[in-house]
Design a protein around this ligand. Structure first.
Ligand SMILES: *Cc1c(COP(=O)(O)O)cnc(C)c1O
Length: 433
């Protein structure tokens, strides 16, 4: 698959270049230059197709011109040691749980695939530094996905406040490859700095800097796999429309769903579920996009004021505003309704869901009240044990924390604390490496 900038249709780059350079120099983001046609594959897949089988079939298509079919198959095999879990609930709702990976968060999928790809791409030589903006979860994904992969240095940029859950053995201070840097600022500052350092080409070329966040098409595109998986599992229970309800912060998840639809996945729409930080909702209703300083909520991964994927979203809306308005339904859910939904889902289905999933669940319920023939697949994006406090508050249920999340209680010391400025970040990197 070839990629183009969201700001320029004329030049295209290979998957390799999109993954290793991360950002085009014109201020845009890489997006697919043409639609993949997955219909042929969808025809052969059914509810019995396993996730590894699905990835093995689709990965070579995605990586076509970057790698040989043989190495694409090797990536499909080595990337995932975890899978999505499809849970039908009733006629109206299913859950697609994406939290069985190392961090317990949906981002494990894109990052695990990207790590396997980058290792394969570097086999012909070279080195890479993977910078990620994180509040913690992405850091855990990155530490796990890049563990033991040669020639790759992961750097985590995180905002003021502690970061938890990083495996001490992975840290540079303990002889591992991982460099945690704390930024005196917000998560949005971390995202901005990451883009700035990549765009400083003399610097980023010297270190081979790219990102594991969804600004990297190489981390975004593999999220298509789980939508297709959700689709083939949901298909047998359908007798009306099918929609996905997607808890959205940086909108990587939603964009991946839109790419899956553009590639031929026959879905009727998406509910873009947001918490009270919803400037994108206004934009989707046709008003200008105005970034805002986000407020803190019980679903912190959705507290984003300037979504990293805004450029990709805007290019969808510019191409076909009317289609988009009939395809994506924005819905904002406040904390009170989020907690009430956790309680409601527990009482009705005996299931504990985390606040991010609950935002999507509440939005799906609101949509379903208006169109009761639709079936909604709700993305379960965070493991309930990661959010045990909110769940206890809403349901009175105490969650057993699985041993693999024990580290979530442990704070990690940064290797350096820096001002939210490019020169400070570059200075810190130059002195740690
Ligand atoms: C990142 C994340 C999301 C949202 O995905 P975006 O691609 O940022 O929209 C939802 N839930 C959780 C738990 C997340 O970590």
């Amino acid at each position: 698959m070839q990629f183009k900038s969201t700001k320029n249709d004329r030049e295209t780059v290979s998957f390799r270049e999109a993954a290793l350079r991360c950002l085009p120099d014109d201020g845009g983001l890489y997006a697919p230059a043409s639609d993949m046609d997955l219909r042929h594959f969808l025809f052969y897949m059914d509810a019995d197709t396993s996730f590894p089988e699905l990835v093995a079939a689709l990965a070579p298509l995605l990586l076509q011109d970057a790698l040989t079919p043989h190495s694409a198959a090797r990536i499909a095999e080595s990337a995932f040691h975890f899978e999505p879990e499809f849970k039908p609930l009733d006629e109206r709702f299913s859950l697609l749980n994406l939290y069985n990976g190392p961090s317990g968060v949906c981002k494990d999928f894109g990052i695990a695939f990207l790590a396997a790809v980058i290792e394969e791409l570097l086999k012909s030589g070279g080195q890479a530094m993977i910078i990620s903006a994180s509040r913690g979860d992405t850091g855990i994904s990155v530490a796990s996905a890049f563990r033991g992969r040669r020639g790759i240095r992961p750097v985590i940029l995180y905002p003021s406040g502690p970061i938890r859950g990083l495996d001490p053995g992975a840290l540079a201070s303990q002889g591992g490859p991982l460099i945690p840097l704390q930024v005196r600022g917000t998560f949005d500052d971390c995202q901005r700095l990451m883009a700035e350092i990549i765009r400083d080409r003399p610097f980023s070329n010297r270190y081979g800097i790219t990102s594991a966040n969804t600004i990297n098409a190489g981390a975004l595109l593999p999220q298509i796999f789980y939508y297709i998986y959700g689709f083939i599992k949901a298909k047998p229970c359908l007798n009306g429309d099918l929609l996905f309800s997607v808890p959205s912060g940086n909108f990587g998840n939603l964009i991946a769903g839109l790419y899956a639809w553009k590639s031929g996945m026959p879905v009727n729409g998406f509910v873009a579920a947001m918490n009270r930080n919803n400037p994108v909702g206004e934009y989707m209703r046709g008003r200008p996009f105005i970034p805002r300083v986000p407020a803190a909520t019980v679903s912190p991964a959705l507290d984003v004021g300037m979504p990293a994927n805004y450029e990709r979203l805007a290019s969808f809306y510019q191409d076909a505003p009317v289609v988009m308005r009939n395809m994506v339904y924005p819905c904002a859910v406040d904390d009170a309704l989020t907690l009430k939904t956790i309680e409601g889902v527990w009482k009705r289905y005996g299931l504990l869901i985390d606040p991010h999933t609950a935002v999507a669940f509440a939005a799906a319920e609101r949509f379903s009240a208006q169109r009761d023939s639709a079936h909604l697949v709700i993305l379960g994006t965070s493991h309930p044990a990661r959010e045990a406090n909110a769940i206890a508050l809403a349901t009175g249920q105490k969650i057993e924390i699985p041993p693999r999340f024990a580290l979530l209680r442990e704070k990690t010391d940064p290797l350096a604390v820096i001002d939210p400025e490019l020169s400070a970040l570059e200075g810190a990197i130059a002195s740690c490496v």
